[in-house]
Design a protein around this ligand. Structure first.
Ligand code: SF4
Length: 292
């Protein structure tokens, strides 16, 4: 729970506030950009919600915040935020909300599909929150858990135990050590089923992978995201823990695939035509090469 005594001075006066425990994961800004902004090393409220829609988005940010850093001075209806998750992104793809501090607020996603199509997929791990677990159960549980890399695994063990799902992760990110059932090796792509492709993308970490679903949705972990400031796809050189050069090479490999959605763990998501995504990807690769 956010603490009013720790209210950041950067917040504008009013009901909603961010306290000093904020870790600057950016989730609140992405969810409610008319309410929260990044003022430097942390986020704060720069505009108090005025409409019902703004209040709901602010409550979703409150629920999704990994550190419980968002609070209100008046009593608000918590269900506004809680019941909104999993929140539809497009078609059968949902954002789980309830991010985890152990993965620095990384976003995780749920793909809902019939058992005959392979069942539901969880991409990276959210917080093992009671409400979210119940909602996922109601939506059909989890058949497979796809882990992009070691940083965003959060409560994977609790989800695996609860739903009996198979976890998929790369050997080079320690999959064996954490008991993962299906371990990916090497750098060749692997089809998990007719709609689901695993693409190893070493760089951010040695065993980082992205997942391409239906040749439309690319779940990118910490490999690739959208930059509103540069109006382009981007990557993060300051956190290329394994190798920026390798990450640039991995990015070039993605030119072999079409996709219309980039759904990252950190950074903004983005939707566009496959043609424009290719253009943005080429721009990103050219930019990455200047950062060596
Ligand atoms: S979601 Fe929470 S931790 Fe993340 S930037 Fe907002 S207030 Fe800070």
């Amino acid at each position: 729970m956010a603490n009013i005594q720790r209210r950041l001075p950067e917040n504008v006066p009013g009901d909603f506030f961010v306290d000093s425990t904020c870790i600057d994961c950016d989730t609140c800004r992405q969810l409610a950009p008319t309410v929260f902004h990044d003022h430097g090393e942390q986020c704060s409220v720069y505009h108090q919600p005025e409409t019902d829609a703004e209040t709901q988005l602010a409550m979703m940010a409150l629920v999704a915040c990994p550190t419980g850093s968002i609070g209100t001075t008046k009593k608000q209806n918590a269900r506004l935020g809680i019941d909104a998750f999993p929140s539809l992104v497009a078609e059968n793809v949902y954002f789980c909300g309830f991010t985890s501090e152990s993965s620095f607020g990384a976003w995780s996603y749920l793909i809902v599909r019939p058992e005959s199509d392979g069942g539901n997929l969880l991409i990276d791990s959210p917080r093992f929150a009671t409400h979210l677990v119940r909602r996922i159960s109601e939506m059909g549980g989890i058949r497979q858990m796809l882990l992009t890399h070691r940083d965003d695994i959060a409560d994977h063990q609790l989800f695996a135990t609860k739903f009996g799902c198979e976890r998929v992760m790369h050997a080079d990110d320690g999959a064996r050590n954490i008991g993962v059932e299906r371990i990916i090796m090497g750098e060749k792509e692997v089809w998990l089923d007719d709609d689901l492709l695993v693409i190893p993308t070493p760089g951010h970490t040695r065993g980082h992978m992205v997942f391409l679903y239906k040749k439309r949705f690319l779940f990118t972990g910490d490999h690739l995201a959208w930059s509103p400031a540069r109006n382009s796809l981007t990557a993060f050189p300051s956190v290329a823990w394994y190798s920026w050069t390798r990450q640039t090479e991995s990015m070039s490999r993605l030119l072999n695939y079409d996709f219309e959605w980039v759904l990252p763990g950190h950074g903004d998501l983005h939707h566009d035509t496959a043609l424009k995504m290719r253009y943005h990807l080429q721009s990103c690769i050219a930019w990455m090469k200047t950062r060596r």
